[in-house]
Design a protein around this ligand. Structure first.
Ligand code: ARG
Length: 603
């Protein structure tokens, strides 16, 4: 590859640009006594690509004015090193403004285009990270409340995995609560003669489920409503739950059918979202761990009796008392706390380094207590990272949690259907429709509508800071303009067709070189991709990737307006731009894939 006047040994281009520059600035800074800690170079949007404020931070230590220090620092760079920059200037009280040369940007872009990871490095010390997301409950149908956990959890799973972490996605089913007892009682009422309810039965229980999925979806809501009204029903459900938890053979066999039916349905409901779980374990899988764990906590003096219950008193990091963790209820039953604590203990036995819980913000207190207890009793190591990756609520136009017209809970499947409808309407709107789409058959159109709908839901969700609430406006989410999933799909599809047309015309891609402001701005934007992923990983904030991909498509639009590839007379520049366009497409496609969004071939 020709790199013009550019020498690749001057800067490490496998690192994000600001990191390569930081290394260089650190080396030259140390030569004049500047502490490496203050030599950080970071992106800037004030008249330069990057900025370094280390001279200001060194004034005291070096007993000199920041501007003088900055000047000395700049003077340390060799003539060759200066070729890396198009700007290296002291500004204001002693900031250093840095812009990189077109050659450097172009070389970096060419390298990225040849690398399928787009120069995103792999973690050198992979961490074993459990991502606990989904959190679906057996017997209860998936509803809108499961959307964010599913979508945010999956994108974090994809990003961590891409960055080389050892990821385990765990659906952590709610399969052990009183809803199980309610359903057992409901089945017993309809079919009292089943062997599961016969305490004298000693044969093998049937392998075939006595109820269908439809039965379950009919019986559970009924049972749940009745148990809210009638204390007797509630008491019976609790009793059945306690028996199940104590290992009643018939109930256990029946319960397995419930779990299997639910998993089937969950898989069907989340299919449009293309989600992957490594583990389909549930709260029940932690039960074997609970007994020995509680024994150990009593023995070690961490657990205390309180009103017949067993608790672990807790203090926050400042030493103030918190609400204690409930280890065992006064009726002897296990709790949500205990099951999470035991699950942490099991994950530690598998050498977990990190555990992320992608769960509604309303469970904040629960996780604070569980994490604090895990640290206090030494179930985790001091360096184990436990984090509640909390998220806000999906609201309706009235600013309250999104409900059906009649005030009921909206099923997840209904959200998908509403989005499908909105997406199909948009796709059929005449002027947006490309010729190829008009000619497509029914099946192709349906599959494109599904990709658009899923992109709309996912991007609409992920583009909000996860801790914020947002209003579900599917029609807006499906718009082809503005910061939406379909807009990004449209941008990617358009770039694909630009490249296809260029190739039809016989145009050849070549080494990237940059000529003006617009192609340079696009190359600079594309160079930020690896850093953006690292920021998402550091704070578990996928909205940064959404924001970034939107900026990339904006930069592309400006570039495409300013640089007419087909009419360009210099074939080398033409080829260079085609390569830049390819890099742009790869970046969009990889970024969207990490958000779990598939790009259609046409739309
Ligand atoms: N099933 C729970 C619920 O519906 C969410 C589970 C979250 N994960 C966990 N480890 N607690 O509220």
């Amino acid at each position: 590859m020709s790199t013009g006047s550019f020498d690749l040994s001057l800067i490490d281009l496998t690192l994000p640009l600001e990191q390569g520059l930081t290394k260089l600035f650190t080396r030259r800074g140390e030569e004049i006594g500047i502490n490496a800690k203050v030599a950080t170079v970071f992106p800037s949007n004030k008249g330069a690509d990057f900025q370094c404020n280390g001279a200001l931070a060194s004034a005291k230590a070096l007993k000199s004015s920041p501007r003088d220090i900055a000047q000395k620092w700049i003077d340390q760079f060799s003539e060759e090193e200066r070729s890396l920059f198009s700007k290296l200037e002291i500004a204001g009280p002693g900031f250093i403004n840095i812009s990189v040369s077109n050659e450097l940007l172009a070389t970096r872009s060419s390298l990225a285009l040849k690398d399928e990871r787009l120069l995103c490095s792999l973690s050198t010390q992979p961490k074993k990270v459990y991502i606990d997301f989904g959190g679906y409950n057996v017997a209860k149908q998936l509803h809108i409340g499961h959307l964010r956990s599913t979508v945010i959890g999956e994108t974090l799973r994809r990003i961590y995995k891409f960055l080389g972490e050892n990821i385990i996605g765990d659906a952590h089913l709610g399969d052990w609560g009183t809803q199980m007892g309610m359903l057992i009682e409901a089945v017993k009422e309809e079919q009292p003669n089943l062997p599961y309810f016969d305490d004298l039965f000693s044969g093998d229980y049937p392998t075939e489920s006595p109820i269908t999925l439809e039965d379950m979806n009919r019986l559970y809501p009924q049972a749940s409503a009745r148990s809210k009204e009638d204390p007797n029903v509630r008491a019976k459900a609790s009793e059945a739950t306690a028996k199940l938890q104590a290992g009643h053979a018939g109930y256990t066999a029946l319960w397995r059918h419930f779990v299997n039916l639910s998993i089937q349905e969950v898989k069907r409901d989340i299919a449009p979202f293309d989600v992957h779980f490594d583990l389909w374990w549930g709260e029940s899988d932690a039960q074997a761990e609970i007994g020995p764990m509680v024994e150990a906590l009593i023995e070690q003096g961490f657990a205390e009796k309180s009103d017949g219950a067993l608790i672990v008193p807790l203090q926050n990091d400042k030493g103030d008392d918190m609400v204690p963790l409930m280890l065992r209820k006064s009726d002897g039953g296990a709790t949500y706390h205990t099951s999470d604590l035991a699950t942490i203990s099991m994950r530690m036995q598998e050498s977990a380094d990190e555990m992320l819980y992608v769960v509604d913000a309303r469970q904040e207190m629960h996780f604070k207590q569980v994490f604090q207890a895990a640290k206090k009793v030494g179930i985790v190591k001091p360096e184990t990272h436990l984090e509640h990756v909390k998220f806000g609520t999906i609201n309706g136009e009235d600013g309250r949690p999104f409900k059906t017209r009649s005030g009921g809970t909206v099923k997840l499947r209904e959200v998908v259907n509403m989005a499908l409808e909105a997406a199909s309407t948009r796709l059929n709107e005449g002027e947006m429709q490309s010729q190829t789409l008009k000619e497509a058959d029914e099946a192709t159109r349906a599959s494109i509508a599904e990709m658009v709908a899923v992109a709309a839901i996912k991007f609409g969700d992920l583009s909000n800071h996860r801790t914020s609430d947002y209003i579900l406006r599917l029609e807006d989410f499906c718009s082809f303009e503005g910061k939406t999933g379909p807009y990004l799909l449209y941008a990617a599809v358009r770039i694909k067709s630009i490249l296809a047309k260029a190739s039809d015309k016989g145009l050849q891609a070549g080494d990237i070189k940059l000529r003006g402001d617009a192609d340079r701005a696009l190359a600079l934007e594309l160079s930020k991709f690896p850093s953006v992923l690292m920021q998402v990983r550091a704070k578990n904030t996928p909205h940064l990737l959404c924001e970034y991909l939107f900026n990339v498509s904006q930069s592309f639009s400006s570039f495409y307006q300013a640089c007419n590839i087909v009419r360009e007379e210099d074939p080398a520049q033409q080829g260079a731009w085609l390569s830049l366009v390819s890099l742009c497409l790869s970046t969009l496609e990889l970024g969207l894939d990490l958000l779990g969004i598939k790009v259609p071939d046409r739309m």
